[in-house]
Structures are given as structure tokens and as C-alpha cells.
Ligand binder design. Structure first.
Ligand code: DC
Length: 215
């Protein structure tokens, strides 16, 4: 079974997808693997920055992405064998991963990886184009949304950013703009995808709505 969730940054999709995978694994006698596709773009961004490659230099980024070894195990991302999971959620990676993810051949590399990785597995996968491009035939497809104020507040409350609330909100709006205007894999509500505005909902309320649909 494939459960695909898309939505903008801060819409709660990572928390919900992880929770669904954990609880579905407990409820059914089968394993559900959680896949966070954004982490793959973030890992490539980190690799580029470390190699002094500007994340918008398409040619160099594509060459780099073709030649790295990325692997993913239990929500841990390995870049050329190194666990980089703890380095992916910085303001710098936030800022650069959005334009990098607009490079079409990079999207193909990431999407191929996800499709191969998830073959013959039950998965809960989240990102921007999981419901539209990568898994358009998933058994369950959801789009989680929230207003920019609510999303900025959630990020601020995580305490991992050095930016002010206003700066976080501005950065989120900028990323939305890029994510919604990509040539391929743009963030949009696909046909038949269930839409949920989570602005005024708690994690548990969102979880309950989704699990009810899945059940
Ligand atoms: O979900 P996230 O914020 O961790 O994603 C990091 C960046 O990668 C984000 O700017 C959008 C991009 N992304 C994408 O283009 N397609 C996906 N399927 C997942 C993420």
C-alpha cells in the first residue's frame, strides 16, 4: 500500500506521515516505511555546498547528483556512506534546497531513487509531488495545507532556526513561490487528492482525520 502526502513547508506532513507509518505498522501485521523525499533534496544540497557547488548551477549540480551515493534507512539519510540526517534542517539548507529541487534532472534522480527504494514495500511517503508525479496511483493521497502564519509559527516553535518569526514567514512564502512554479513536480493539489487545511488543527486531530480515511 502507498500513502502519499504532499503540502508546503510546515504543513505538518512529516510529523503526520511518520506517525501514520509507525501506527499502521503496529496496527497491521505489516511494516510501513516512512519516506521523507525532502531529505533527499536536502542531502544533495548539503553535498553541493560542501563541494563548493552553487545550488543553482544546474550543470554542476546535475553532475554532482549523478555521481553521489545516497541511501536511506529508517529515516536516516546517508550521503556517500555518511549519516547526514542531523545536518539537513538548517536555515542555509532550507534556503538552498528549494531552488536546487527545481532542477528537472535532479528531480528525476530523486524520483527514480524513491521508486526503486519503495518497490514491494508498504510506504507512507511525503513531499511536493508524491501525489501527482511519483505515486499518482497511490491508494491514499492527501494534500496538507496551512496558512503561512501557522506554518511560520510551527517552525519558530521548533527552535531550530536562527531567524525571527517574520523572517521565517518571509522565507516560507519565498519557498512556496519556487515550489509552486517548478517546470516539473510543482506543488499543487492533484485531481482526486484529499485536501485538508491544518492551520487550526492539532497533530492528533490531523492524524485522526487521515487514519479514519485510511481505515
Ligand atoms: O519537505 P522539505 O521542506 O524538507 O523539502 C526540502 C525542499 O525540497 C523544499 O524546498 C522543496 C523540495 N522538495 C521537492 O521539490 N519535492 C519533493 N518531493 C520534496 C521536497
Amino acid at each position: 500500500m502507498v500513502i502519499a502526502i504532499d503540502g508546503p513547508a510546515g504543513s505538518g506532513k512529516s510529523t503526520i506521515a511518520k506517525l501514520l507509518a509507525e501506527n499502521l505498522t503496529k496496527k497491521s501485521a505489516q511494516d510501513y516505511t516512512y519516506i521523507n523525499s525532502g531529505k533527499l533534496y536536502r542531502a544533495i544540497t548539503l553535498g553541493c555546498l560542501r563541494a563548493d557547488i552553487c545550488p543553482v548551477d544546474s550543470e554542476k549540480v546535475i553532475e554532482f547528483a549523478k555521481n553521489i551515493d545516497i541511501s536511506y534507512k529508517k529515516d536516516v539519510v546517508f550521503l556517500n556512506g555518511e549519516d547526514v540526517s542531523g545536518l539537513l534542517h538548517t536555515d542555509e539548507i532550507d534556503r538552498h534546497s528549494s531552488p536546487l529541487s527545481a532542477i528537472v534532472p535532479v528531480r528525476h534522480i530523486v524520483n527514480d531513487f524513491i521508486q526503486k527504494f519503495s518497490k514491494d514495500q508498504n510506504i507512507v511517503v511525503e513531499g511536493r509531488d508524491m501525489t501527482t508525479v511519483v505515486f499518482p496511483n497511490a491508494e491514499h493521497r492527501f494534500y496538507l495545507d496551512a496558512c503561512a502564519d501557522a506554518r511560520a509559527r510551527r517552525r519558530f516553535d521548533q527552535g531550530v532556526s536562527n531567524l525571527s518569526l517574520k523572517e521565517i514567514k518571509d522565507a516560507i512564502i519565498k519557498r512556496d513561490e519556487i515550489d509552486k512554479n517548478k517546470t516539473e513536480g510543482s506543488l499543487k493539489i492533484g485531481e482526486g487528492v484529499q485536501y485538508l487545511d491544518t492551520s487550526d488543527l492539532t497533530i492528533i486531530q490531523v492524524y485522526d482525520k487521515l487514519i479514519k480515511e485510511i481505515d
